[in-house]
Design a protein around this ligand. Structure first.
Ligand code: ADP
Ligand code: MG
Length: 246
């Protein structure tokens, strides 16, 4: 199948530190790809390269989206392609409502006037899509962290995201919040939204992934179908040796 995203030979340096040393990544359309690696292995850096947070020219290698080379300068450039990143530290403004957060800087207007009913309707539709049963007017600060994450996803969907990058989304979540998130990611896949999922929790990685990509010390180790890997296999690739020998 043709790749939706292809990253080829990505090298990213921070001064003398080579955080990424020629990493390849491929995401097929309609798939969930998990990115696994120990702390500091370069997962977040790779995703920041993908999403234009580190602009073209600030890394070596090539990024292709639907076969076309992308030379993003900003995160807005990749948002236009339909790539949305959700960081572990959520970026919503707690004092504002869900509606205000979703439409901040992208308000719907009719004849030059802000069209509040249209934004309300659209927000309600988005909340339904992420199965968050609260009013669009709810203040984000009144929501739990799991709910705030769903608002982040709703906001990404409002920008017509076709690829969601979730960087350790389950780290602050309870088991039941994680189950809700994983169900949603799988439902979005069914509706054509692909996902790059980062997590240390290998049980959930095995549960939702189509493919698993392992990186270690900024180097791509392997990408394989999830069905062909056990959690022990993933750990061995992550740490570079069999844990049983320790
Ligand atoms: P991961 O997300 O897999 O835990 P990161 O991508 O955050 O790993 O980090 C990879 C490596 O790059 C680490 O050695 C980290 O210290 C380094 N690094 C990440 N961001 C920066 C930065 N802004 N400045 C300097 N070094 C960084
Ligand atoms: Mg990280």
């Amino acid at each position: 199948m043709a790749n939706l995203i292809e990253m080829r030979g990505i090298v990213k340096r921070f001064g003398p530190v080579k955080a990424l040393d020629g990493v390849d990544l491929r995401l097929e359309p309609g798939k969930i790809l998990s990115l696994c690696g120990e702390n500091g292995s370069g997962k977040s850096t790779l995703m920041k390269v993908l999403c234009g947070i580190y602009p073209h020219g600030d890394y070596e290698g090539q990024i292709l989206f639907e076969g076309e080379e992308v030379k993003a300068r900003t995160i807005k450039d990749t948002e236009k392609l339909g790539i949305a990143i959700i960081h572990q530290e959520l970026t919503l403004i707690k004092e504002l409502s869900i509606l205000e957060n979703i439409f901040l800087g992208a308000e719907i207007s009719t004849k030059g006037l802000m069209d509040f009913p249209a934004m309300h309707k659209r927000t309600a539709e988005l909340l339904k899509r992420v199965k968050l049963d609260v009013s669009p007017q709810t203040k984000v600060g009144d929501l739990g962290v799991g709910q705030q994450q769903l608002v982040e996803i709703a906001k990404a969907l409002s920008k017509k995201a076709r690829v969601l990058v979730l960087d350790e989304p389950s780290a602050p979540l309870t088991e039941s919040e994680t189950a809700i998130l994983l169900d949603l990611v799988q439902e979005l896949r069914a509706s054509g939204v692909s996902c790059i999922y980062i997590s240390h929790k290998l049980g959930e990685v095995k549960h939702i992934s189509d493919d698993i990509c392992v990186i270690r010390d900024g180097v791509h180790i392997a990408t394989k179908p999830a069905s062909t890997m056990t959690t022990d296999d993933i750990i061995t690739m992550m740490v570079g040796r069999e844990m049983k020998q320790l």
